[in-house]
Design a protein. Structure first.
Ligand code: ADE
Ligand code: ZN
Length: 330
């Protein structure tokens, strides 16, 4: 079965995680910035990560080249082209504005570049979607609140809010008040949880943040009552297999917990997280689990179905894509 032909949504991709080494160098040249690596190959050679924190340090370093709206446009358009090639119809992408604000890029400018790219992707490839603004959990709730003050007048340009960055030691509950405000402004809420943090962080994301999806959610399997809750409430978990492998959460794709999650009745979809760093875009992630876990065509279609069911797309759009998936299996 040709997976690229299946309609699908990408619900867990950090737009800055699509920053390829060639673009890092092109943007550094554009802005006259000096990088600590001689060329893109030398940078790529750094992509061996011991854990999430090791990855995040390099990921934040590379972001220093994103300095204006045009950079965000170029970054996002390059990603949308790759996603369209993988059959992605809808993208709900994260971005980390706190880092870019530190570099003097205003939130409105970040959003202008991102939105222009999405509009162009719609015209060129029929890709639709929106952006999820993330709070960096390791900076704590006060900076998150300051970001929300900046974002509130621009809330109509956001699909939702998320919570990302280093997880262990940073539970979700302190971010409850800022998530309450974002949800009251009509935004969707999602949160990373159970990537490296314990199941209690997933409970907290659901109960205190009102998270409608949990990003990663791998460690829910350690808590049967949590699995039951996630199954009953049909909460989508946005899995990222190559990310898990590259960050050492899984030692081999043949041992990835995706199969166990599906067997438990969880709603899981496959995503790329930070594809420029982890060795593959959405299509590569789907192929990796198909081969590693010997998944059937029916299961591959089910994963695409879950991505669409878990998206915040308009119901009519979801129904049309689901009908297309039904036809793919006959
Ligand atoms: N930011 C970018 N990628 C991330 C990940 N996998 N987990 C948490 N924060 C992130
Ligand atoms: Zn992520």
């Amino acid at each position: 079965m040709d997976l690229t032909a299946l309609p699908k949504a990408e619900l867990h991709v950090h737009i800055e995680g699509t920053l390829e080494p060639d673009l890092v160098f092109a943007l550094a040249r554009r802005h006259g910035l000096t990088l600590p690596w001689d060329d893109p190959e030398e940078l790529r050679a750094e992509y061996r990560f011991a854990d999430l924190s090791g990855f995040l340090a390099l990921y934040y370093d590379c972001m220093t080249v994103l300095r204006d709206g045009q950079d965000f446009y170029d970054l996002a358009l390059a990603y949308f082209e790759r996603a369209a090639h993988d059959g992605v119809r809808r993208v709900e992408a994260f971005f980390d504005p706190q880092v870019h604000l530190d570099h003097g890029v205003a939130l409105a400018e970040q959003l202008a570049g991102l939105h222009d790219a999405l509009a162009e992707a719609g015209r060129r490839w029929g890709v639709e979607g929106g952006y999820l603004m993330c709070f960096l959990r390791d900076r704590g709730p006060a900076p998150a609140q300051r970001l929300w003050q900046l974002a509130q007048p621009l809330a109509h340009r956001l699909l939702g809010v998320g919570l990302d960055s280093a997880e262990a030691g940073f539970p979700p509950e302190p971010f409850g008040p800022v998530f309450d405000q974002a949800r009251r402004a009509g935004l969707h809420a999602v949160a990373h949880g159970g990537e490296e943090g314990p199941p209690s962080y997933i409970w907290g994301a659901l109960d205190r943040l009102g998270a409608e999806r949990v990003d990663h959610g791998l460690r829910c399997l350690e808590d049967p009552a949590l699995v039951e809750r996630l199954v009953t409430e049909r909460v989508t978990l946005t899995g990222c297999p190559l990310s898990n492998l590259r960050l050492g959460l899984v030692d081999d794709m043949r041992h990835h917990p995706l199969s166990r999650m599906l067997e438990a009745g969880l709603r899981v979809c496959v995503n790329s997280d930070d594809p420029a760093y982890f060795g593959g875009y959405l299509g590569d992630n789907l192929e990796a689990v198909r081969q590693g876990l010997s998944l059937s065509d029916a299961t591959m279609v089910e994963l695409c179905r879950d991505s669409i069911r878990g998206s915040f797309a308009e119901p009519g759009r979801r129904a049309a894509w689901l009908a297309e998936l039904d036809r793919a299996l006959v």
